[in-house]
Design a protein around this ligand. Structure first.
Ligand code: URA
Length: 189
């Protein structure tokens, strides 16, 4: 399937995400947040769920955690414009609570199709919620390394790190996230 075709499918998928309500989170949203980025991105970042700012505008990582993510990406040599960025669930959970297992399951087909259309080489998961979709284990032990995985019949290089919002609660994590992204950039280069 060529890039044009994949982009068309992605546009249709994002329209579907904005207009359908497959899970109990959907009625609470102002905007669904499908995600954004180039259809041929080599790196695909997955956060947890949209927060308040993301819900207001319908774009991922535009609030406080997004600002920190932007800073770390710029500091470690990444260009956000070249990355596909999305979340494990596409609608904001009330009070920013963690998405439930059922909510993650209901939203998973959207993520699966996004991966199918982008076909990235690398997946970087931010935090335990998105990491544990692909890999079991405690983030403190598994972050900052590459894991070859097979998902939906395709091979990916998985690179888990901490969620930027965790650095607001535990400030030392900011350095860990920065170190991880620096390593990821070296591995991708
Ligand atoms: N946190 C996330 O996990 N995703 C966003 O888009 C914003 C904050």
């Amino acid at each position: 399937m060529d890039l044009n075709e994949r982009q068309k499918k992605m546009n249709r998928l994002h329209q579907e995400i904005r207009t359908t309500e497959p899970c109990p989170l959907c009625p609470y949203r102002t905007h669904a947040v499908p995600g954004e980025g180039p259809i041929d991105a080599r790196l695909f970042i997955i956060g947890e769920a949209p927060g308040e700012e993301e819900d207001k505008v319908g774009r991922p990582f535009v609030g406080r955690a997004g600002m920190l993510l932007n800073t770390v990406l710029a500091e470690t040599g990444f260009d956000r414009e070249k990355i596909f960025i999305t979340n494990a669930v596409k609608c904001r959970p009330p009070q920013n609570r963690k998405p439930s297992v059922g909510e993650l399951r209901a939203c998973r087909p959207f993520l699966d199709r996004q991966l199918e259309w982008v076909q990235p080489e690398w997946i970087c998961t931010l935090g335990a919620v998105s990491t544990n979709i692909f890999l079991e284990g405690t983030l403190t032990k598994i972050h900052g390394s590459m894991y070859p995985i097979r998902y939906q019949g395709r091979e990916y290089k998985l690179f888990p790190t901490f969620h930027p919002a965790a650095a607001f609660r535990v400030p030392v994590l900011k350095d860990e996230i920065r170190k991880d992204f620096k390593k990821l950039n070296e591995l991708i280069a």
